[in-house]
Design a protein around this ligand. Structure first.
Ligand code: 6CS
Ligand code: FE
Length: 300
């Protein structure tokens, strides 16, 4: 398959134009959308959309109990799905929760979310990846600037930009405890990064990403060309949908306040993974779902 979004191939970074729509549903059908026209416009323009108080307080406390139970039960786990912070034993992320835990399987199938992502992606969807990022107080380290799509294209073989991440805030996201930072409008540009992907890159990149982190000139160009930097803060229970190619990152957390987020990544069934464009072997199933995609997660 032709590589429309080459990256980590050249010695010089390059910024390419996006070749895919952001919204895949004909906008004339907005009246059937679970989102308002303003919300769809905002997502299309900025590459992300925050919906405050999406989950009720009761749902939030169930979700929080679930992530803390999982954090506790994995304290001494040696599972590959449990990623620890680079300088401590604190849990940084737990992957594949949508499959390994019935409670989170239900969250992934929440009809309110499915209706939104089906509309944005214009098709049925399946979970490409799920993870809880705990970013513990004092110890939670940064997630450097990156486009998820750049990694999912190069290392997982995701052909086109037709996926949405749903970040569910499960602790209050303040300006100071390492919230998600986005460059609004950056979804329209693809930063082709330098470097070459080694085998098993994920064993390092999930702790601290190096490859696929754009150079400073490209980041400066994006912030100047696009809309600066936005930080969608908000109470636990808010969700932030962000397009797979929206440039984002988050700083280390040096405060006592943890920043717990649950991420569900929805990919269109029309955008299923092929061979990684890096030429390397595919990443493990718990990072990039390939099996059983036939039984898609669909709206009713
Ligand atoms: O490699 C990945 O798939 C993961 N890395 C980051 C920094 N964001 C997306 C995803 O969780
Ligand atoms: Fe990311």
């Amino acid at each position: 398959m032709e590589d429309l979004y080459p990256s980590r191939k050249n010695a010089k970074a390059e910024i390419l134009e996006r070749k895919d729509p952001v919204i895949y549903t004909d906008r004339s059908k907005d009246n059937s959308s679970p989102l308002t026209k303003e919300q769809v416009d905002s997502y299309e323009q900025n590459g992300f959309l925050q919906i405050k108080d999406f989950f009720t307080e009761k749902e939030v406390s169930h979700l929080q109990n679930a992530i803390f139970e999982l954090q506790d039960s994995n304290k001494n786990s040696t599972s590959e799905k449990v990623i620890r912070e680079p300088e401590s034993d604190d849990i940084r992320s737990i992957f594949h929760v949508h499959q390994d835990d019935n409670y989170f399987k239900d969250v992934a199938n929440d009809q309110r979310i499915l209706d939104i992502v089906n509309h944005l992606l214009g098709s049925d969807v399946y979970i490409h990846q799920s993870r809880i990022n705990y970013k513990p107080g004092f110890k939670g380290k940064e997630f450097d600037w990156h486009s998820d799509f750049e990694t999912w294209h190069v290392e997982d073989g995701m052909p086109r930009m037709r996926a949405v991440s749903v970040s569910i805030a499960l602790s209050d996201n303040y300006t100071f405890n390492g919230p998600l930072m986005m460059i609004p409008g950056s979804q329209n540009y693809y930063v082709s990064c330098v470097g070459e992907t080694p085998d098993d890159n994920y064993k390092e990149s999930l702790k601290k990403q190096k490859l696929g982190v754009p150079d400073q000139d490209s980041l400066r160009w994006l912030t100047e060309k696009c809309g600066g930097i936005s930080v969608p803060t908000g109470r636990a229970g808010s969700i932030t949908l962000f397009e797979c190619n929206t440039m984002h990152g988050s700083t280390s957390n040096m405060t006592p306040f943890p920043r717990n987020n649950l991420f569900m990544v929805y990919n269109s069934v029309k955008n299923q993974l092929v061979e990684p464009f890096s030429g390397r072997k595919p990443r493990p199933e718990y990072i990039a779902v390939r099996e059983g995609v036939k039984s898609v997660v669909t709206s009713s």
